[in-house]
Design a protein around this ligand. Structure first.
Ligand code: ADP
Ligand code: MG
Length: 378
């Protein structure tokens, strides 16, 4: 591959963004440092990304008029999150440069496709089946054996659209959801959840971030610990999986790979995400460049930078329910606590309002500090 690709947009040109969420906001903050301009399309006005963009178009992602407007104002288009309709992206990429492409969205936006891609790359995953009727669902559960996890094929996030089935008496999804197709998957008795973020540029160059460990609460990411406290051999295998997958998919941008680590050291891949990821937010304060700068470099055709870790860190998410306690302590937070707020005005339970990166030399000191704060009661 060529090590010196020429950028497809240069500073001063405008990048159009599908989606106005926090990922987009953090992409734009990095992209602005590199001199790019941004126009965001989001159905809600005053969106987190729209607030830091040069301009926001308020409109639906499937509105031809809104898409037309976005393309008119942009030299290049990106998407910032995964639940964007691949057909919309396909239409745009036939007219404007859209380096991430629609394929990546198809592979990661449908849990059945995702598993096919992983199997094609010979990457180990939990046993699964896709069914479309209650009768087939019960059959699948009998073959896979309880406990199982049921997941909607499209549109799920933060544990939404999931049912853990431990006995056949547990609540099942309603028939109309099963009929759209549902994934039945073996419940994995993992000891750790880790993730690896890999950036891939237009010329095929890749940068892999070392694995981090993720702790979920109510299936929403609560905390990320960097670097993951895992054996060297597991780290190596996790990174190999990331390289293998990135090579297979030939995507451009940033891909996050969520993995389960079992007691015997086996790694099973759980989920792929076609953009910078919540578990990569810790790179903003521990690693240079962070996942958002690397993303901007990949999509604009700038060379990727070798990522260098400066310190250890712990990211903790601020959800709607944490906001009040957080603001009480905001003024007295120690300097090792780097606050990132997303500019969302309405705090709902489970809604990601921001995150704090705690950085330092000792993970145990940071954990102690976090536990002493009364923001995240267990
Ligand atoms: P999403 O992040 O899109 O909501 P995931 O498939 O990543 O969906 O599931 C969310 C969380 O639920 C995972 O991070 C993990 O903690 C738990 N989970 C998902 N699938 C399984 C499984 N097969 N076995 C055990 N836990 C699971
Ligand atoms: Mg996930």
């Amino acid at each position: 591959h060529s090590s010196n690709p020429s950028p497809i947009v240069v500073p001063g040109q405008t990048i159009g963004m599908l989606g106005g969420g926090q990922l987009g906001r953090m992409m734009i903050l990095e992209g602005r440092r590199l001199g790019y301009r941004f126009v965001v399309l989001d159905p809600a006005s005053d969106s987190p990304a729209g607030q830091v963009a040069d301009e926001q178009i308020v409109g639906a992602y499937d509105s031809p008029m809104a898409i037309e407007q976005l393309m008119e104002k942009s030299d290049l288009v990106v998407y910032e999150f995964e639940n964007i309709d691949p057909d919309t992206v396909r239409m745009i990429e036939s007219i404007k440069p859209l380096p991430q492409g629609s394929d990546l969205l198809c592979w990661t936006g449908h849990r059945g496709q995702e598993r096919k891609v992983l199997q094609d790359a010979q990457i180990p995953i939990a046993s699964y089946q896709v069914v479309t009727s209650k009768a087939k669902l019960v059959e699948a559960i009998e073959q896979i054996k309880l406990p199982c996890v049921l997941k909607v094929l499209t549109g799920g996030y933060d544990g939404k659209g999931q049912w853990v089935i431990s006995t056949l008496d547990d609540p099942f999804p309603p028939a109309e959801i099963i009929e759209k197709g549902i994934l039945v998957e073996k419940f994995v008795p993992y000891v750790k959840e880790i993730s690896v973020i890999v950036a891939r540029g237009i010329s095929g160059e890749m940068e892999v971030y070392p694995p981090v460990m993720n702790i979920h609460r109510n299936q929403i990411l609560h905390m990320t610990i960097s670097p993951a406290p895992i054996k060297e051999g597991i780290r190596e295998r996790a990174e190999q999986i990331a390289y293998r997958l990135a090579n297979q998919l030939q995507f451009v941008g940033v891909l996050a790979i969520e993995m389960f680590v079992l007691a015997d050291g086996t790694i099973l891949v759980n989920e792929l995400s076609p953009s910078p990821h919540n578990s990569g937010h810790i790179t903003m304060d521990t690693t240079n460049p962070c996942q958002f700068e690397q993303f901007m470099r990949a999509v604009t055709g700038l060379p990727l930078r070798k990522s260098v870790r400066k310190n250890t860190g712990i990211m903790v998410n601020l959800l709607g329910e944490h906001q009040e306690a957080f603001f009480e302590q905001f003024a007295k937070l120690p300097s090792c606590a780097k606050v990132h707020l997303y500019g969302k005005s309405v705090a709902r339970v489970g809604r990601k309002m921001g995150h704090i990166n705690f950085v330092g030399d000792s993970l145990s000191d940071l954990l102690e500090l976090i536990n002493e704060m009364s923001i995240w009661e267990p």
